[in-house]
Design a protein around this ligand. Structure first.
Ligand SMILES: [Zn+2]
Ligand SMILES: [Zn+2]
Length: 311
């Protein structure tokens, strides 16, 4: 089953846009407070408005905030893609108000967990007593669950969403989203390899306009002799730069910030990263990136019209 009334619920004013908006950028656990005001304390949730469709990646606590912003735009239809179901990627789901409202519709995608649990089971289980008072069946929107196979290609209109497995305890998948000659890669909860770049990561990121990458740590923290982070399932900004260079990425977005990294620390990470990779952006709540600049938009639209004419 899929959401119906696709055309009714597309966003006509955004039909020619590819915009990425960040609602939660923090890894592991939400960390609101005076030290994280500028970058934000909510856990992963990234919205992509692509060709009039709304895609949502992960349902961390940032999803609650996105949900509030959508209340004025109902009825809502969106395709939600989960990387995995560690708490920081699903805890916003029970607080996603549009899912409780009849008339809204969500297609929900995720790979099967190592223990065999589907994304439907995992989102259902986190809302069971005694851990949560309201069961998932209280959600009145249409929820359609889809189990992803690794390397599945999901086509939503002319948007393509591909996935590959990442190196992470409990298994995570990364996504590559392409539309109208533009490409974004969402690669979070992944650890790099010691002496070689991860082929899956490179494949997801190849020539991407924007690569969002798990740079939880600095190299100093990762290799610290007293509290090494080797084997914790996350990467560093230095590795992010290596991937961005090797994969010919245009813009690198440093993402999944460690809860211990305050605003000043993250400013410092940006200063260092941007020296070696000038197209570096630090993810922060509220940040929005347009993949199509107005002049490119015109060019691409013309190009795609010409292609249609040729066909
Ligand atoms: Zn995470
Ligand atoms: Zn994780």
């Amino acid at each position: 089953m899929e959401c119906q009334n696709q055309t009714k619920r597309t966003m006509p004013s955004m039909q020619n846009l590819f915009t990425i908006q960040f609602w939660g950028v923090r890894g592991s656990i939400a960390c609101p407070g005076p030290e994280t005001v500028r970058y934000g304390g909510n856990t992963p949730c990234v919205e992509m408005r692509v060709g009039g469709k709304r895609l949502i990646f992960d349902g961390g606590t940032g999803l609650r905030v996105l949900g509030q912003s959508l209340l004025s735009q109902m009825p809502i239809e969106a395709d939600m893609f989960f990387t995995h179901s560690h708490w920081d990627h699903i805890q916003g789901f029970p607080f996603f108000v549009p899912a409780f409202v009849q008339g809204n519709c969500f297609n929900i995608y995720g790979a099967i967990a190592p223990n065999g649990a589907t994304i439907e089971q995992r989102l259902t289980d986190q809302m069971l007593h005694p851990n949560f008072p309201v069961p998932i069946r209280a959600m009145q929107a249409d929820l359609h669950f889809h189990d992803l196979e690794i390397r599945d290609k999901v086509e939503i209109g002319d948007i393509r969403i591909e996935n590959l497995p990442l190196f992470h305890p409990g298994e995570s998948v990364g996504y590559r989203i392409t539309w109208n000659g533009c490409c974004a890669a969402y690669i979070t909860d992944t650890e790099h390899f010691e002496n070689t770049l991860d082929e899956n990561v490179l494949e997801l990121a190849r020539n991407a306009d924007v690569m969002i990458y798990d740079a939880t740590y600095t190299n100093d923290e990762y290799y610290s002799p007293v509290s090494s982070k080797v084997g914790w399932g996350h990467s560093t900004w230095q590795e992010a730069v290596k991937v961005a260079q090797a994969a010919n990425v245009k813009k690198l977005v440093i993402f999944h910030h460690d809860p211990l990294h305050n605003d000043d620390f993250l400013d410092h990470v940006w200063e260092q990263a941007t020296k070696v990779f000038p197209g570096t952006i630090m993810a922060r709540e509220g940040l929005s990136i347009d993949l199509l600049e107005p002049h490119e938009l015109k060019k691409n639209c013309v190009a795609s019209q010409e292609e249609i004419v040729k066909v």
